[in-house]
Design a protein around this ligand. Structure first.
Ligand SMILES: [Zn+2]
Length: 320
């Protein structure tokens, strides 16, 4: 692919710069809209909060924000476009579907009874990448897929196969959600077997596992891995993540790892931001810049390796 689809149009991979590969501006657990009488979406407030976050991120040199929100968890291409226009940060919007258990899986599961739903999902991904999302004209720049804990369900397998086929047609990277540090090697095998290119796959949420054998088994597939829930310390304390990261970097894997938080500026539905801020004070998209990069430097990681993880690897993932 010559250019990256951002919400404001094509961007040359060299212009990506410092990139967070998996964050969310807004995110809603599937079904949030069922509660929207009590908790309606306040678009203006969401944009205001997002602009505040983007302004702070820019002070750390951030240039590109990949919004990994899948179609069934509140993706809003128009909102991302407005935030990008007003903030000056490149935003990449996803096309994709979340896990069977936590996404809106009934529709495409039902479609399997009427037709070849894998082809229908692939058609939808390709159209959102090449023509645009709905009436917005915003083209998706990554394909987001997800699997549940300890198992890839038939529904999730269908979505992963559709994603691999859509990548073959469009060249767009696939980024994944793994649950609780499971199914990374299986995701990589499935995507590659369906024709996806290992160099255009980022297996996500790998920092849900502290097992170095597991990390290496995924890296050996030739894909990128992401430590992209940094600051989400209910899963693992960041000390464990830093230990795994410095270990993998020390044996030569800095060229294959990306860092992000999976943070959410605004969760759809009833407000939870204040409660989250109390319990997870580091689960914010500036945490890597404020705390993790300095800690990696302290542990002897060079600026060149930090640049690989924050700039070069995202660029290569998009450029292929
Ligand atoms: Zn996410």
């Amino acid at each position: 692919m010559a250019a990256i689809n951002t919400v404001l149009g094509p961007l040359a991979p060299e212009k990506l710069g410092v990139t967070l590969m998996h964050e969310h501006i807004i995110w809603g657990a599937a079904g949030w809209y069922a509660d929207s009488t009590v908790a309606p979406f306040d678009r203006e407030a969401a944009i205001k909060s997002s602009l505040k976050v983007m302004k702070e991120l820019k002070t750390y040199g951030l240039q590109t924000f990949v919004d990994a929100t899948a179609n069934d968890t509140g993706r809003d291409a128009d909102l991302l476009k407005e935030v990008s226009e007003k903030s000056g940060v490149n935003i990449v919007c996803s096309t994709g579907l979340y896990t069977e258990a936590e996404g809106a899986s009934p529709y495409f599961r039902l479609r399997t009874q009427a037709s070849d739903a894998t082809s229908e999902i692939c058609e939808m991904f390709v159209k959102e990448i090449t023509k645009g999302i709905g009436a917005t004209k915003v083209r998706a720049g990554v394909i987001k897929v997800a699997t549940g804990q300890g198992r890839i369900s038939p529904y999730e397998e269908m979505v992963l196969r559709a994603a691999a086929r859509a990548q073959k047609e469009t060249g767009v990277p696939i980024i994944t959600h793994t649950e609780a540090g499971t199914m990374g090697p299986e995701q990589a095998d499935l995507l590659i077997s369906e024709g996806a290119s290992p160099g255009r796959i980022m297996i996500g949420h790998m920092c849900g596992s502290a097992d170095l054998k597991y990390h290496i088994s995924v890296l050996e597939k030739g894909v990128y891995i992401a430590f992209d829930r940094i600051g989400l310390e209910v899963i693992h304390p960041d000390t464990v993540r830093k230990a795994c990261l410095t270990g993998l970097i020390s044996i030569g894997y800095a060229g294959r790892i990306m860092l992000s938080h999976d943070s959410m500026v605004k969760m759809l539905g009833r407000s939870v931001e204040e409660a989250i801020a109390l319990v997870l004070p580091n689960w914010v998209p500036t945490h890597i810049f404020k705390n993790i990069i300095p800690a990696l430097r302290e542990a002897g990681v060079s600026d060149e390796k930090i640049r690989l993880m924050m700039v070069e690897n995202p660029r290569r993932l998009f450029a292929g």
